[in-house]
Design a protein around this ligand. Structure first.
Ligand code: MN
Length: 232
């Protein structure tokens, strides 16, 4: 085997509740506008024809409890509290039931966003990468196995900044349900173990500044926490 010209990037992983082993992350897919009240606050209509997606590099994965620097290039860095799906078996062109069966577990996640850049890109009909594919921006708490969580129903999803509630909704508010998301996305990708899907955020998104502490939770899952540090 040929030698590598430089050291390969460190594999990104997420802990799993009740397991010694770690969940190795391959890809991170994100669903846009999956709560009606959030779409409304962003000034857009919900497209009920099909969900839409953007991606974050797996390199952007950050563990819950971390302190991340306030990122460069923005004056409006936002939190988005989300339910994260972890795929546990290969799934391709699957119906909803098969898709649901491919979900290994669930976790709390934060889709941290340079909102000013995302909106500028959106206005110019350009891709959202500078707004969304931000270093340290895919924060994921430990995964709870699907069998231990049960089914996605009306669990509360919430987020606080410095203890003040900013987002407060229920998973029953999801426009595209988790089985529908995995089924639809599997029509375009060979989804496989290691793929994470961030399912969208409820209303109440807003900015953070250096020194802020974000906490969030979903009933039945490990809570999530993030501290915003000074810019580098
Ligand atoms: Mn999001």
């Amino acid at each position: 085997m040929s030698r590598l010209l430089f050291e390969a990037p460190e594999l990104k992983t997420v802990p799993v509740k009740g397991e010694d082993g770690l969940y190795p992350v391959h890809r991170i897919f994100c669903v846009g506008r999956n709560y009606a009240a959030h779409a409304a606050e962003m000034g857009v209509e919900v497209d009920r024809e099909a969900p839409f997606y953007f991606t974050k590099s797996a390199r952007m994965l950050t563990p819950s409890g971390a302190t991340i620097p306030y990122p460069p290039g923005t004056d409006n860095f936002h939190y988005e509290m989300e339910l994260v799906l972890a795929i546990g078996s290969p799934v391709f062109k699957a119906g909803r039931d098969e898709a649901l069966g491919a979900i290994y577990g669930y976790a709390c996640g934060l889709d941290m966003t340079r909102r000013d850049l995302q909106l500028a890109e959106r206005a110019k009909q350009r891709p959202w990468d500078l707004g969304k594919d931000v270093e340290n921006s895919a924060v994921v708490a430990p995964i709870t196995k699907a069998a231990d969580f049960g089914s996605v129903g009306d669990q509360r999803i919430h987020l606080e900044v410095n203890g003040e509630v900013k987002q407060d909704a229920h998973l029953s508010d999801l426009i595209w349900k988790v089985g529908e998301i995995v089924s639809h996305l599997s029509g375009f990708y060979h989804l496989a173990p290691g793929d994470l899907i961030m399912t969208g955020t409820p209303a109440g998104v807003g900015p953070v500044v250096a020194g802020d502490r974000i906490t969030g939770g979903i009933d039945g899952l490990d809570a999530i926490e993030l501290t915003i540090g000074e810019p580098e």
